[in-house]
Ligand binder design. Structure first.
Ligand code: UD1
Ligand code: CA
Length: 494
């Protein structure tokens, strides 16, 4: 920029307001810790603040102070928390934060912990406007179809900002104004210090309003500028759960669009939820009703969904996951999962492995190209490569006292409906018969059978259940069989 009033090296302090009670959320969880896009509201604001590389950050807390402070420290241990006293209002919050920056001279950016959709580009523009106008204060405004709940921006005849009036203090005429205060401002530190000292609480809520500083600065003939956000969604304030879901939806739309621009196909953005912390590669396809959450990473060409939820998962290239729920699982390249699979923490599928329909896995490794296709529970198990487990494989990993491991070697094929009673080891290349209950180790290459040979008791039903439909059916079948045998005998006779 050529404008000489813009000095990029002017110091910047950021004050984040998060001391309010959040009454309208009706929640035991502090408002700013409610999550959208996988992160607390306050986390989004802290992130954006850090993106601006400020010289100082102060987060003002009071209600649920310890819980929020812990979350703040978890995000960035260097951010300083200051405590608001029992005098209420956003103006008081700023007074307290400024007291903690006694010799700071530069620009003070004020953000609200409950305005989470603010973007770095908007703040850059706000700072640029402020500095180019050499303003004492510059506020972010937005024009909303429904401005209810927000402070209204009252402009003078020359279209300059004159003051802000809170909804509860507004006349009908003022309340009809659709331009609102976004709760995001930048101030020259000195002007803010002198004017914040002058605010009073003679208003409907009996609070010290930060917004009153604007009118006071105008009365001192200081320059007050405003930037109207072209996209009003950045100004959305979260006061209740209706606004919370609206913020979540808007943030998600933004996230989905970002990945679409990076080469991800998202068939139905409205039912696809992607946390801001997830990462997707090119040519990933996301089908409807899919949640990609937390630190999930999806590799190139993978297909996820429909009806799938992945939380903290790692998905390899060209894996296919349909109608599945997975947490803390690693799904290797070209592996396939589902439909209707439940992958619990510690599941690892190697390249080309398959977990099929109605299969639950936990703390288990499934080797390269190995398959658990149907109706199975695999827990605390290591499966080698090229294994095929028959339908209904159950690892009985828990003996009432402790969990034990099942180890299945390379190339093992198990019959249907097997129970592996852990701890147990199946050697490479071994096989098991249908219905086997495998309680002892199976040596490599052995066939394990545990079911007694079948014995047929002829005529049992006709003798013991005479007169039932089953007995009648059996009798008819035996009569037909006898007749057939008779004609066959006649035919066979030389
Ligand atoms: C505030 C603005 C309003 C603006 C709206 C934008 C004031 C007086 N009003 O109203 O003009 O349109 O935000 O979303 O500023 N907080 C404190 N200490 C307090 C009270 C609040 O730190 O004593 C924090 C809250 O935690 C919150 C933020 O300040 O993060 C805004 O407070 P809130 O009570 O939600 O103000 P609004 O009524 O939304
Ligand atoms: Ca608010």
């Amino acid at each position: 920029m050529t404008d000489t009033t813009v000095n990029e090296t002017r110091p910047l302090a950021i004050i984040i307001l998060a001391a309010g009670q959040g009454t309208r959320m009706k929640s035991s969880l502090p408002k700013v810790l409610h999550r959208i896009g996988g992160r607390p509201l306050l986390g989004h604001v802290l992130d954006i603040a850090r993106d601006l590389h400020p010289d100082h950050v102060r987060v003002v807390l009071r209600h649920e102070r310890d819980q929020i402070a812990e979350a703040v420290t978890g995000i960035d241990p260097d951010i300083r928390v200051v405590d608001q006293d029992d005098i209420p209002g956003t103006g008081r919050a700023v007074q307290i934060a400024l007291d903690d920056l006694p010799s700071f001279d530069g620009d003070v950016l004020v953000l609200s912990g409950d305005v989470p959709l603010i973007e770095a580009a908007t703040l850059d523009a706000l700072v640029a406007t402020h500095r180019s106008r050499a303003a004492a204060a510059t506020l972010l405004t937005a024009v909303l179809d429904d401005p209810s709940g927000y402070g209204r921006v009252i402009r003078d005849a020359g279209d300059g900002v004159e003051r802000i009036v809170e909804q509860k203090d507004a006349t009908d005429e003022e309340a009809a104004v659709t331009e609102i205060n976004a709760g995001v401002y930048i101030f020259a530190a000195e002007a803010l210090r002198t004017h914040i000292a002058l605010i009073g609480n003679a208003n409907a809520q009996g609070e010290l309003y930060l917004t009153d500083v604007i009118g006071l600065m105008r009365a001192s003939r200081l320059q007050v500028a405003a930037l109207t956000a072209p996209d009003a969604s950045v100004a959305l304030g979260v006061n209740d759960r209706v606004q919370l879901s609206e913020a979540a939806r808007l943030l998600n739309a933004r996230t989905v669009a970002k990945w679409q621009r990076e080469g991800v196909t998202v068939q139905d953005p409205a039912t696809t939820w992607i946390d801001v912390t997830a990462t997707l590669a090119r040519d990933v396809t996301v089908l409807p009703n899919t949640h990609i959450l937390r630190a999930t990473v999806v590799g190139e060409g993978a297909t996820i969904g429909p009806d799938t939820s992945l939380e903290d998962c790692e998905v390899g290239e060209r894996a296919v996951i349909r109608r599945a729920d997975a947490t803390l699982a690693v799904i290797g390249p070209r592996a396939t999962v589902g439909p209707f699979a439940y992958l619990r923490p510690g599941t690892e599928l190697s390249e080309g492995a398959k977990v099929g329909t109605f299969v639950e896995t936990k703390n288990s490794t499934i080797g390269e190209n190995s398959k658990v296709p149907h109706l199975s529970y695999i827990g605390d198990t290591t499966i080698g490569r090229d294994v095929n487990l028959g339908a209904g494989a159950i690892t009985a990993n828990y003996d009432d006292l402790a969990k034990h491991r099942t180890e299945i070697g390379d190339g093992v094929h198990s019959g249907s409906h097997n129970v592996f009673v852990a701890p147990v080891r199946i050697g490479d290349g071994a096989k098991t018969g249908a219905g086997a209950v495998v309680r002892k180790d199976v040596p490599p290459g052995a066939l394990a059978l545990s079911v007694a040979p079948q014995r047929n008791v002829e005529g049992w039903v006709e003798k013991n259940r005479a007169g039932t439909a089953a007995a009648d059916a059996a009798e008819r079948a035996r009569a037909t069989q006898k007749a057939d045998d008779g004609s066959q005998e006649a035919h066979d006779r030389p």
